[in-house]
Design a protein around this ligand. Sequence first.
Ligand SMILES: O=P(O)(O)OC[C@H]1O[C@H](O)[C@H](O)[C@@H](O)[C@@H]1O
Length: 538
Amino acid sequence: MWEDLKVLHRQNRDRHLIDLFAQDPDRAETYSIDGADLRLDLSKTQIDAPVLAALTALCDVSGLAARRAAMFSGEKINETEGRAVLHTALRRSDDSRVLVDGADVMPAVRETLDRMAAFAEAVRSGRLGGVGGSITDVVSIGIGGSDLGPVMATLALAPYSDGPRLHYVSNVDSAHIADTLKSLDPTRTLINVASKTFTTVETMTNARTARDWMVAGGGDPARQFSAISTALDLAAEFGIPADHVFGFSDWVGGRFSLWGPIGLPVMLAVGAGNFRAMLAGGEAMDRHFQTAPWARNLPVLLALVGLWHSHVCGYPSRAVLPYEQRLARLPAYLQQLEMESNGKSVAMDGSDVDGPTGAIVWGEPGTNGQHAFFQLLHQGTAVVPCEFIVGARGHEADLADHHRLLVANCLAQSQALMTGRGLEEARAKAAAAGFTGAELERQARHRVFPGNRPSVTLVYPQLTPAVLGQIVALYEHRVFAEGVILGINSFDQFGVELGKEIATSLGPLLAEGGSTAALDGSTAALIGYLREHGCCVV
Ligand SMILES: O=P(O)(O)OC[C@H]1O[C@H](O)[C@H](O)[C@@H](O)[C@@H]1O
């Protein structure tokens, strides 16, 4: 399969994207695919009918349809951890049953969502306040999957936010919590501790610091703390009252957990109605993913085009470029989703993976990135496939001229990457700048854009809660489809463990001193420097 694709790639190596449009006047239409409220334009890639046929064959060979059915129905497809993968159950609105170990998980999902809504409403209305009055600020403490989704979604839905101000603390660096709490009133702040395991050292350290801050400032942790976790016993042990604790199950992966209680801070900001609209958006994408044929299936197509670029063309990274300032944290969110899920070297069966896995994902919002790293995208030696994301409308109707400029820039960049600028045109530019003779030739070379650089563009009417839900679910299913095709388990993350274990053993060396002789030379020398400069307390 991969060999067939590599042959197609070799055959078309010098083919220019622009020529594809010249050869096929319907190309844009053929390769613009709709799903829910989204449209994905793949036409500025080297995908054509033979490539698409060979790519979709990968779906059949890998058993994607059966694996997809297994995921939605609650089978334990996370085989290395023996867990079901059911984040889709969190956004399921029909009255069907979803069985895990013979028990229907849906009643608890619905009950928890209703409890979250009641809690959010009580806080937002001021009925549930702090010692000093109604809650003005919420600080949600969590990291990784317990942070990135809510952070991303809170910013994305800012126009819908009419609740308390939201703050997020993730880093164990004291700067993060100190800078956040500095301006807040401990008697009118709600601290939300979000941790699937309730053992993550960063989160628990920050939670204890926040509790001390609240007590010292006259607030009441028994009233002003909430917790989200699968470990209800640990949340209780921490002293958080049961009616402020929202549980979920191990069949929700951390990086897929935005849809359930981990999303509580988002609900506090935008209200239960908007939160449910986001869930409905995710569910609409679930239906699309489950029913659309491979060649019209947005998550599958995103997966296939990504694999084409990484596996076949050999481009190791991909840039995610939202032309939507409120999606500024989407690249960071997708870094975890994609790289923690699919950055694996071993296949589900324990054998070595053949070829690259998980693309390196990076990006920044446009237009800002244009004034920073786009130089490399246009003229660097590495080809970086780009994913442009843009809505037809912003939320500031009185500033529509800004939005039109934003959209013009988005379209201009993908066009420039594709068309490039040849030497003749570059010469004309250099001549217009006043250069002549040999200097003109030299200057012209610097003004050439190679072009033929691939990109996809995701467009939607407006970044509403429903559209956000669709976008997030689109990327979730993309990652899943990539993982199935690569034969890996996208739902474990053993690769994060080793560093955590070593940090645990190094901690005492920094806190209490002690010999570093057993460490490698570099680490020992670095500790020596840090001790000399005041890191160690002894
Ligand atoms: O939610 P928690 O249990 O605190 O975990 C927070 C995060 O830390 C871990 O190291 C994992 O890499 C992430 O997948 C997880 O989301």
